[in-house]
Design a protein around this ligand. Structure first.
Ligand SMILES: [Zn+2]
Length: 225
């Protein structure tokens, strides 16, 4: 029987533990040294886009995407609060989308105040790879729209805030479209699972089982595994 572990789909500093599988995020402009068992995502964060940068990161990302350790492309995306113009961010984001499609890998998306733009791109490009919005904090109206377009959602530390409406948002989402993460919080993903189990009125074991199946379906399906 496969041992079902907790899944943390987006972490910056931290590693697997005995009961957690973690997908560590690397920025393409960061030194990357990989061990055979690592699981990572890699991309160019919109905040790191330098308008004078050369195109060589695209080849680099394409090469990395072939490695068995690379389970997702990202984080990448659109941020209307920070970073270069939306046009430039969109151009860079589309490169990531193309690479994700070419390698049959899911996309880990950073999206701030740009959900209409994100939906528009998905409608236009009709990607096959799953699009996962990380650190999701959207309201009910935005969530309903994103659900209609088959987005996946990853919830992190904001789910723990008592004043947050995110518990209502979480309950709206079909369970096959949910993931959890700790990002740069330094928390253990276990506390996110505990909170989510409370919200769903289910056991932690049920939730571990569910998210593990989601993980296998989305991250372990690709032909190179
Ligand atoms: Zn992050």
């Amino acid at each position: 029987m496969i041992e079902k572990k907790l899944i943390d789909i987006h972490i910056h500093n931290g590693n697997d533990t005995t009961n957690i599988i973690a997908i560590k995020n690397y920025f393409i402009d960061q030194a990357i040294s990989l061990q055979p068992d690592d699981r990572i995502s890699v991309g160019l964060h919109p905040w790191h886009i330098d308008e004078t940068m050369s195109q060589c990161w695209i080849d680099q990302l394409n090469n990395l995407a072939k490695l068995p350790q690379v389970l997702a492309i990202g984080e990448t995306g659109l941020d209307l609060r920070k970073g270069p113009s939306l046009d430039i961010q969109t151009e860079i984001f589309i490169k990531h989308i193309e690479i994700a499609e070419a390698h049959n890998l899911p996309l880990i998306i950073h999206c701030v105040k740009a959900f209409p733009n994100l939906i528009e791109l998905k409608k236009r490009l009709k990607p096959h790879s799953p699009w996962i919005i990380h650190g999701y904090t959207g309201n009910a109206a935005t969530t309903a729209q994103l659900i209609r377009h088959n987005f996946f959602f990853s919830f992190g530390k904001r789910l723990l805030l008592p004043q947050s409406n995110l518990s209502e948002t979480l309950k709206m989402i079909p369970k096959e479209f949910i993931f959890f993460e700790t990002d740069d919080s330094g928390l253990s993903v276990e506390v996110i699972y505990q909170r989510a189990a409370e919200i769903f009125h289910c056991s932690e074991v049920e939730l571990i089982d569910l998210i593990f199946r989601n993980y296998q379906k989305i991250f372990e399906h690709s032909a190179k595994k």
